[in-house]
Design a protein around this ligand. Structure first.
Ligand SMILES: Nc1nc2c(ncn2[C@@H]2O[C@H](COP(=O)(O)OP(=O)(O)OP(=O)(O)O)[C@@H](O)[C@H]2O)c(=O)[nH]1
Ligand SMILES: [Mg+2]
Length: 623
């Protein structure tokens, strides 16, 4: 095999198992068989002097060991009436091959220890790694394998199937021994068929242990059934020979070896059939068909992984979207009084000296301000009429707490549910969203289970304990408000009438303080209130921050629009900043582990897919 081919196969060999594992593709068995084929076949058995490997296989007590002993020329393997006797593999290796340690080691997985010499036949009755015996000159120049059965067992478990399968996957050719009671057993032929055609296509020899009374026609008929079940319609070229081993009590008594004769009169003997095999050609064909199957299977696995990666990405995107919507739910109420009061302070502190002086003397009050002052009086009346001891900041604290509980509960439920459905609690029904619904991805399973295992009340309490970070005006908000004040000022002249109206509004808003803003995606039509439209905040087209302040009286339509236009950036600055605060809290307390797991798996997958693509492209060109 060309060195590059070898390297590319090895690269695939290194990438496929972690790919299946990272994405939890549930392809473990396929990947294992794939790796095994590469390890024991394509990477080691390219030496043309490596003898043919033929495995004797079949159901329990079908006579495998009896045949193996006869072919190998000795009583190596234990035989007996108890089905499932052989628990491990026995190789019979011709002397010349046994002298080459690489050949012996090449019979098993690259990662497994090489077969050890058999000391006593009883060793084969215990589970364990493969053993071998050396066969003298004059015998068949092939490596023969006695294998455990693949059909004994109980309660849905096969006792020996794993070790049988491992052995058969390493063979070039199978000698399938069947009896009258199992020749038409679908489960058995399905299994052997998989071994023969699962990766590459291998030939086989059929041995029918049958009653001497069976006619040649019956034997042929039953053997045809087996062949069809193994290979489908094109069985002819893969079945190298059909032989009958007539039941004989002298064989059972150990008085003579089992005798095989061709099912068709005049056909060559088993010995001649095996000797006639052109090992180099058979192996070349087998390797070519295996390589093509392996590349095909790697490609199919790659496609599955790519589809799964796309799902993983959608899941991660939906998770982020659901989180963002929950953050919006948490921020439904904004302590606009506090924010605007803070802004007013900053504004006043940055007043030019002349304005400051005049503000102190009260000579700055002009018409718009008087009008607003009128509104203040009006509002004071309403506010006073509202019963209850709750101050605006108490009211806000309560609402924030309620909102946080809703948001955290929903986020938690969504993550642990089978499907993420992006929507805001604030909207009545889920709105169709680009990111979702998205099914939970298996790659995130462990992280989800870790979250599930956590105590929810404790988790909620940890988030609520941080609610001041959300409600308070932090340093970053302060800085943003300062920058805003500068920007406003540069836009309006010192004596700008609008500027003064704005100033007046700033002072009025806190006082009127129904004053939590409520975020809403619907335009509150006709509301007699300051209504701030925050287009495209949080990716929402129209988001309104609304506060019920009756500034309508005395304030001209144009001035009101100015106030609204100037308040928008204040609300926006606060919200944008708090959005990040809540996101940080949610990620630290709830979603971080999961998001990281999903992102890590996606990055790892991308990396592996790139490796796989390189190798597959190169292998495709090489062939
Ligand atoms: N009468 C008769 N008995 C046979 C023949 N071949 C095998 N037996 C007997 O059938 C029984 C099972 O034979 P084994 O060779 O141990 O069968 P096996 O397939 O290796 O069985 P496990 O290793 O248990 O799966 C033994 O008692 C053999 O002596 C035969 O041609 N005629
Ligand atoms: Mg046996």
């Amino acid at each position: 095999m060309k060195a590059e081919l070898h390297d590319h196969l090895n690269a695939l060999r290194a990438a496929l198992p972690p790919l299946a594992e990272t994405l939890r593709l549930e392809a473990g068995e396929d990947v294992r068989a794939w790796c095994k084929a590469v390890d024991t076949r394509l990477l080691t058995r390219f030496d043309p002097s490596f003898p043919l490997v033929a495995a004797v296989c079949g159901g329990g007590s079908s006579g495998k060991s009896t045949l193996f002993n006869a072919l190998a020329g000795g009583r190596f393997s234990p035989v007996g009436g108890r089905a499932g006797m052989n628990r491990r593999v026995l190789f019979a290796i011709p002397e010349r091959a046994a002298a080459t340690p690489a050949f012996v080691a090449g019979l098993v997985d690259a990662s497994a220890p090489p077969p050890e010499p058999l000391r006593h036949p009883e060793e084969l009755l215990q589970e364990g790694g493969p053993l071998f015996v050396r066969t003298g000159p004059g015998g068949l120049d092939l490596i023969l394998m006695d294998t455990p059965d693949f059909d004994t067992g109980a309660r849905g478990r096969y006792d020996n199937r794993r070790s049988a399968q491992a052995a058969l996957e390493a063979a070039d050719l199978l000698v399938y021994v069947f009896t009258n009671s199992n020749y038409n057993n679908r489960d058995n032929t399905d299994f052997v068929g998989r071994m023969l055609t699962g990766i590459g296509r291998r030939p086989c020899v059929l041995v029918y242990r049958c009653y001497p009374s069976f006619t040649a026609e019956e034997v042929r008929d039953h053997a045809m059934t087996v062949a069809r079940n193994l290979y489908g319609s094109a069985a002819g070229r893969s079945v190298l020979g059909v032989f009958r081993a007539d039941e004989d009590n002298r064989v059972a008594a150990g008085e003579r070896p089992v005798a095989l004769c061709p099912a068709e009169a005049g056909a060559p003997s088993l010995d001649a059939t095996l000797r006639a095999i052109d090992v180099t050609r058979l192996r070349r064909e087998l390797n070519a068909s295996m390589l093509s199957d392996l590349i095909g299977q790697a490609g199919a696995l790659r496609a599955r992984a790519a589809a799964s990666l796309a799902e993983l990405r959608s899941y991660a995107a939906a998770l982020r979207t659901v989180q963002e919507l929950c953050i919006q739910d948490a921020l439904q109420h904004v302590p606009m009084d506090r924010v605007v009061r803070r802004f007013a302070k900053i504004w006043a502190a940055t007043d030019p000296p002349a304005i400051k002086l005049m503000r102190r003397t009260g000579s700055l009050i002009e018409l718009p301000l008087r009008a607003v002052a009128g509104a203040v009086t009006w509002v004071r009346g309403t506010v006073a009429a509202v019963p209850g001891p709750e101050s605006p900041s108490e009211q806000f604290a309560r609402r924030l707490q309620e909102n946080l509980i809703t948001a955290v509960t929903r986020l938690h439920q969504q993550i642990l549910g089978p499907v993420l459905v992006p929507y805001r609690a604030a909207d009545d029904a889920p709105v169709p969203h680009a990111d979702g619904p998205a099914a939970a991805h298996p790659a995130a399973l462990d992280a989800r289970e870790r979250l599930r295992a956590r105590d929810f009340p404790a988790l909620l309490a940890r988030v609520l304990a941080r609610r001041d970070e959300v409600g308070n005006i932090g340093r970053e908000t302060d800085e943003e408000l300062r920058a805003l004040a500068d920007r406003f000022r540069s836009r309006m002249g010192v004596w700008d009438r609008v500027g003064q109206t704005f100033w007046a509004a700033l002072n009025v808003l806190p006082a009127t303080a129904a004053v939590t803003y409520v975020l809403s995606t619907g335009d509150p039509v006709g509301a007699a209130a300051v209504k701030v439209k925050l287009a495209s905040l949080f990716g929402l087209k129209d988001l309104y921050a609304l506060v019920a302040i009756p500034v309508t009286r005395g304030v001209k339509q144009a001035e009101r629009r100015q106030i609204e236009a100037m308040l928008a950036p204040i609300a926006r600055a606060w919200l944008a900043h708090k959005f990040e605060t809540v996101r940080a809290i949610f990620e630290q307390e709830i979603t971080g582990d999961l998001l990281q797991a999903a992102d890590r798996a996606a990055a790892e997958t991308e990396h592996l897919l790139a490796d796989i693509d390189r190798s597959l492209t190169a292998l495709g060109e090489d062939r």
